[in-house]
Design a binder for this molecule. Structure first.
Ligand code: ATP
Length: 455
């Protein structure tokens, strides 16, 4: 896994306002509001050309670290719609609720688990100081849908409220089809849907979003060992992609927050301008999920150890995080406006880790009207394109083109100038330090691959 090499020294820059990221995302094609021409839908977004590249890289890096680099972890991709009994067994039909109170004065609505204790006790609105309603209203977050077309014969079910249920449903199939043995894990990345009553803060709380989960199945005697292993592994994983390493922390759940089967639980939190907020949860799930699905489905989901013949329901360590919160936090972490020494417009730069940056290299002929420069540049671009995302750009002066690439986080710009035509070398400019060096065209692919590959 990549640690901190190749990372820029980042000064203690101030926390970035979310609006700056929203504006950059729209301007440069990372994120658009969904159905914008119809006025949009709260809590639902689309990802543009830059956004989809960044998301794919984030997903691939997670998969690479979790599945590809662990012999005892396998992947699946389950369906979004499942049998409705799944959500009864999981407890979501009964318990997946938000409790809300309203302010009688400003009419704002608050989740009671997000209110400070004093506001809750004094029924005082944290925004305007008005009186809050005393009896919370309860909303179920599951999104309903119907299967079938004949009225009266339609089956009500749900778009999955969390992606991980598919892993429990496929646990036995994976065991039987893959020759794995406990301890082993199953990973999945997939969409989840929640009728969030208070969507907001851009990608932080959406109604359609994407989760990544590991469910790691263990013998009960080994639960603590594996819980500690994954807790540390996930923390290091996030550290490996952050510049501001002081903006991440663990928050241990208090005893009254823990589910009845959990001995402990931790959130990995990230600090933004909105405060410290959950990014990923590390959960001690014991045998709760497999036992419930055994009970509700009538299928025995216990495991027999092939060596000792001991039969038991495996316990589970869960790590559950979000692609969207990773996307947002990484942009907040990477965004910087660097003052220009000549007093011109500040340089906006996304200091994204090169292995996650949407575009890896931009190929720029020094001048657009010199055919030999353009031909050579296009030729280099075509060759690099087979290996990584490369952009060819010959519009406006070279300074402006560098700025455009800085703003989307492109780590390297390659410039083709007149010397190139003589000695087959190019300049390569590094985004963070802005230093330039000359390098032979033949060395370019290896130079770049070494710096943009997962480590
Ligand atoms: P919260 O307390 O913020 O509502 P949660 O504890 O309900 O979150 P989980 O059910 O544990 O969240 O989901 C696991 C992960 O999925 C979260 O850590 C987060 O990264 C992501 N996630 C959950 N809800 C949303 C959402 N509405 N929008 C975007 N990501 C989400």
């Amino acid at each position: 896994m990549t640690q901190t090499e190749n990372k820029p020294e980042v000064n203690d820059t101030p926390l970035v306002p979310i609006e700056k990221i929203v504006s950059l995302c729209k301007r440069r094609g990372f994120v658009y509001p969904n159905s914008e021409i119809y006025g949009g839908v709260s809590g639902i977004y689309d990802f543009g050309p830059m956004g989809v590249e960044l998301r794919n890289n984030i997903r691939r890096y997670w998969w690479w670290s979790m599945v590809q680099n662990h012999d005892n972890v396998l992947g699946i991709e389950g369906a979004i719609i499942t049998h409705p009994r799944v959500w009864e067994a999981s407890g979501h039909v009964e318990n997946f609720v938000d409790k809300l109170v309203d302010c009688k004065k400003c009419k704002r609505r608050f989740r009671i688990d997000h209110l400070e204790p004093e506001n809750l006790e004094q029924h005082k609105c944290p925004v305007c100081g008005g009186e809050l309603t005393t009896e919370p209203r309860v909303f179920n977050l599951l999104m309903e849908t119907y299967l079938g077309v004949v009225e009266g014969d339609r089956m009500k079910t749900y778009l999955r409220g969390e992606a991980c249920q598919d892993i429990y449903l496929d646990y036995d199939n994976v065991l039987k089809s893959s020759r794995v043995q406990v301890p082993f894990g199953i990973c999945q990345i997939g969409k989840a849907f929640r009728n969030e009553v208070t969507p907001g803060n851009f990608l932080f709380r959406q109604r359609e979003f994407e989760q990544w989960d590991l469910q790691f199945f263990v013998h009960p005697d080994e639960m603590q060992k594996w819980f500690d292993y994954w807790k540390e592994f996930r923390y290091q994983w996030y550290l490996s992609i952050l510049n501001h390493k002081d903006r991440i922390r663990f928050r241990e759940h208090a005893p009254d927050e823990l589910a009845h089967y959990a001995k402990q639980a931790y959130d990995i939190e990230y600090q933004t301008i909105l405060g410290w907020q959950e990014w990923e949860g590390i959960h001690w799930r014991q045998d709760w999920d497999l036992s419930r699905h055994s009970q509700y489905s009538g299928q025995d989901l216990s495991y027999t150890d092939p060596n000792t013949k001991e039969r038991y329901i495996p316990w589970i360590v869960e790590t559950s995080g979000g692609v969207d919160r990773t996307f947002l936090n990484l942009l907040l972490d990477a965004y910087e406006e660097e003052p220009d020494p000549a007093g011109k417009e500040p340089r906006t730069v996304l200091r994204l880790n090169p292995m996650l940056a949407p575009v890896k290299v931009a190929v720029l002929p020094l001048q657009k009207n010199k055919e030999e420069l353009v031909t050579t540049a296009k030729d280099i671009h075509k060759k690099l394109q087979r290996l990584m995302v490369s952009q060819y750009d010959d519009v406006q002066n070279i300074g402006r083109r560098y700025r455009r690439q800085d703003e989307i986080g492109t780590p390297y710009c390659v410039t083709i100038d007149f010397q190139t035509l003589d000695d087959q070398t190019v300049t390569i400019r590094e985004r963070d330090s802005m230093t330039q060096q000359r390098i032979a065209i033949s060395e370019l692919p290896m130079y770049l691959l070494e710096r943009v590959s997962f480590k």
